[in-house]
Each structure stands twice: as structure tokens, then as C-alpha cells.
Design a protein around this ligand. Sequence first.
Ligand SMILES: [Zn+2]
Length: 324
Amino acid sequence: MSRATNRDELLDAALAYAEAGWPVFPLRPGTKRPAAPNHTAQTCDGSDHRCHDGHTGWEPRATLDPDRITRAWQHRPYGIGIACGPARLLVVDLDTAKGDQPSGADTLADLEHQAEEALPATWTVGTPSGGRHLYYRQPDGSLLGNTAGRLGPGLDTRGTGGFVVAPPTRLRAGEYWLVDDHPPAPLPDWFRQLLTSPTRPTSEVEPPAATTDRTVPPPLRCERVRRYVAQAIAGEQLRITTAPEGRRNHTLFCASVALGQLVGARVLDEDLAEQRLLSAAQTHVAVGAYSHTQARQTIASGLRTGTGEPRLLPSHLITTGAHA
Ligand SMILES: [Zn+2]
């Protein structure tokens, strides 16, 4: 295939995705890395014109604008990234079996067996490594984020803060290709619940800790994010301490969900969130509104709920570095 042909195919595909409502952004040719920005939030010095008012990562740069897409892809045969969150997609990423670990497809089959319901046929992409990406539409109002191994070995999901590499992007190992052109189906509720439930489904095989998103330390180094999180904590603490009688436990729960969403977005450490919530709740424990144990339980439950629905940070705070 000639370079020009591949470039035209990529441009046509990028325009088609955008027309379907899926914001796209260019990937460096032959790689899964965003072409822009060429720096991370931590190393942003504001010299990139799109970062003048704060760092702008690949997600807010993703576009539906055919003119911008045409200009970019006429310039170079960029690969295509689809920003899952703005596209309102939740993509189930099934990896091939590695060593003793079952494949993502086997893990999914187990989950479907337990749920007694299969995922519906949907838009499906084959990856160069033999994996599959199943594209589902996110339920209205939900902000499902990325997971890695949370539901079992070889099964990741990409949502808010994540992207997928789309056909006909070509890597050295091969090309992404369309396996099934069913229009993306709505994500079934049973699967959404697995992603947002506080406990993982029982699984005989524990996924290795290294592939779990939760073990990655939150990127707290960026000052803007730190300030944003500090304000959020202060706001929720105030809400807890000023909650009227009769609404105190409910307010504590809601505040815990709110901070849990920041834990889910990986900008706040879970232990720190718990500690701040507990310290605010002490005022009510002291007057006997609820016990210390009750407060801990309410906080734990709220944090779990919130973590499963990560908050979409304002675009100027969004950091780069999610993988595809
Ligand atoms: Zn920047």
C-alpha cells in the first residue's frame, strides 16, 4: 500500500468517526501515542499555544471538526485515536491469553455465564495483537472511566480519560481492522454494574496487581490539580460540618461519593480522602448524631460508589498519559 493511499484511507476514516459523533485526534504514525501535545501535564511550560490557559491534553484536543481533521490528516498519515469519554463510548478491550492467564474473551465468557446474559453484538475492532475492542454506548449521565484487569485477566475497559486506536491505523505489528459493523449497542446494565460495584465479581484467578489502575499513584504533582482537589475537599468538609439534623448521614455519604469520584479520577489518594471525611464527620460523632463506626461505614460505602464513577475533570486540568 502506498503512503498516499493509506493517508487518504486514514483521513476518510477519521472524518467518518467524527460524523458518527466520535471525537478523534492524531497518533504519531506507527505508534499508539498521541501526536499532540508532545509533553505531559507535569512538564507543561505553557509554550504550546493551546496550553496558554493551562495544559490541554489529547482528550480536549479531540475534535469532530471536519476542517481540522482534514488539515491534520492531509499533513501526515497519522494513526487515529478516538477519545472514548467525549464519544460517550465504553470500549471493552479483550486481550489475547498471556502465559498461564486466560484471554480477555475467556474472562468475558465467565462473566456472561455468571450474569446469564451475553453482551450484545456491537461495533468490534480487531487489534494487531489479535485482541478485540467492543464498542458500547455509555448510559446517559454516567462517567465510566478506564479499568485494567478489574473484571478479570485480559479484560480492560476504556471510557472517560481513555482512548482507543481505530482502524485503519497501522502499527509495525499490523493493522487495526473492523470485525463487526453492527452499530454500537447500549452497554447492558449488568455490565455497567460490574464496573461500578464496590466489589469485584468472584474470580478464581486474581489479576496481577500491576495491571490494576488503582495501584497507579495519583498524578498529584500538577499544582492546578492539587488546588482543584484541595478546594473540593474543603467544600465537602464544609458541607458535612454544616449538614442539618436529619440529613447528616446522607450528606456524609454524598460528600464521600464526591471525593470518591476524585479518587476514581486518580487525583486524590483514597486514604487521604477517608481521613479528611472522617475528621469532618467528628463534629457529628461528638454530638451523637452517629457513631464513629457508622461514619466509617458510610464513608467507605460512599468512596466505593464514587470511585466507580470517576469525575471528568475540567478540560484545563486533564492530564495526559492514558494508554490505548
Ligand atoms: Zn501543556
